[in-house]
Every structure is written in structure tokens, then in C-alpha cells.
Design a protein around this ligand. Sequence first.
Ligand code: FES
Length: 167
Amino acid sequence: MEVAIKWIMSEASEFKRGDFLKATIFGVCGLVTVGLGIPAIAYVISPTRQATQTEVWIRVGAVSKVEVGTPTLFKVKIQRTTGWIVNEEELSFYVLTENGRDYIVLSNICTHLGCRVRWIADQEQFFCPCHNGVFDKVGNVVSGPPPKPLNRFVVKIEDNELYILGS
Ligand code: FES
């Protein structure tokens, strides 16, 4: 009888030890999974969240470099991040001021099919060489196939530096 009771107690304690071991292993695995999984998910989705929340101001250059009354070409290198891909690209803008206080910034990309326009000083016009599109000094269409004016950017000036709102 005593032997039978010892055998039953031994079986019961082995059973509990086994359950405890399983529970401990599952618990540790669960903690590791949660501990690594949450930061990994946050790491993966964070670029897409940042892209939708961030307002990007692009520094164009010093306002002192803008010739009063003449569209002045500025070239800017920017890094564009799409998800995990980072590309560097060079953008060009024409900056115009008539009074040294108010500035407009125009894209140099033609609104017809995306060729680059250039300022022709003696004609006081922007000219697009691809299909002879012509724009006036502030970017309005004068002639040719372009369907709308040159794009304008929202501008701000801080510490005598010109910034445009990018996307
Ligand atoms: S792309 Fe400029 S006129 Fe066609």
C-alpha cells in the first residue's frame, strides 16, 4: 500500500514538473516573440507613417542670389525616401522677385509633357524646346500646347534663406 502511494505521488510530481517545464518554455518563447515582434513591426511600418505625417521644406538658397526682376535659376539636390529606398535627385527652380520682399518660385518642368523650360532673357519668356511651349515671366501659358501655367510652390523665408514646401 505504501509503495502504491509513493508511486502515485511520484507520478503526480513528475506530471506537474513536466507541465511546469512546458509552461515555462511557452512563456519564455511568448515573451521573446512579443519582445522582438513589436519592435520589428514598428520598424517595418514606420517609414510609411512618417511619409504621411511629415511636412517637408526644401532649402532653395539665399534670397540675396535672386536678381530683382529676372527669374533666377536655382539647383537643389534632395534625397527622396520611398519606403526603404533613398534616391538623390537634382531639382531646378526659377525664383522671381520684383521688389526684393515677395518671391515666387516656379517649377522648370513644362506642364505639357515634362520637358525642362528655360528663361530667354531677351524675349522675357520661358521657352520649352520640346513642342515650342511659351510661358510668361510668372509662368502663365503664352502659346503652344502646355495646358496650364508652370507649377508654383508655397514659399517661406527664414534667416534670408528661401524654402519651398515639398512633397
Ligand atoms: S513638353 Fe513642353 S511644350 Fe511639350
